[in-house]
Write a protein that binds this ligand. Structure first.
Ligand code: ZN
Length: 163
């Protein structure tokens, strides 16, 4: 009896599309694509393998393991083989890689996006737009963000720190 091995069809465009829509585990309103985390996707048709290169936002960020799992799950759920995951640490991820659309999404979600100045402070309160706020804690729910309180609307808000 001849055993027929079926090689899965690897559609690079579809794979990229699936990966682009994977949400960030910490800020679900953003996708990995919004954050610029997915650096490269390649396929080997003969071997039937997918290689995904990721750059973690923070070295040692606990979200990195979650992101790796979500990337694997997104592909296997779509019927693709589990990808080989590579990490690219150079150049290091920077908040500059966040797309302009994602900056708007962040603020709409209530997180102050990375500032543009040198002071690494929020530009304004994401709730009411006030410039009057105070730092509550250098670390918010995650190390990537700090916690502020607006003096105008009294709402606390998180700021996505620049780096
Ligand atoms: Zn406010």
């Amino acid at each position: 009896m001849t055993k027929i091995q079926l090689t899965p069809m690897l559609d690079i465009d579809e794979i990229k599309q699936i990966l682009a829509e994977v949400p960030d585990p910490e800020v679900p309103v953003l996708t990995l694509d919004d954050l610029g985390i997915i650096r490269d996707v390649s396929i080997d048709d003969k071997a039937g393998t997918i290689t995904v290169t990721l750059t973690p936002t923070y070295i040692g960020c606990p979200a990195t393991a979650a992101i790796r799992k979500m990337v694997s799950d997104a592909l296997t759920d779509a019927g693709y083989p589990e990808p080989l995951l590579k990490e690219q640490l150079i150049p290091a991820w920077s908040t500059d890689w966040i797309t302009p659309e994602a900056i708007v999404k962040l603020e709409t979600y209530g997180i102050a996006p990375p500032g543009t100045g040198d002071d690494n402070e929020p530009r304004r309160c994401p709730n009411c737009g006030s410039l009057e706020y105070q730092l509550v804690s250098q670390f918010g729910a995650t190390a990537c963000k700090s916690l502020y309180k607006c003096l105008e609307c009294k709402e606390p808000f998180e700021y996505f720190k620049c780096h």
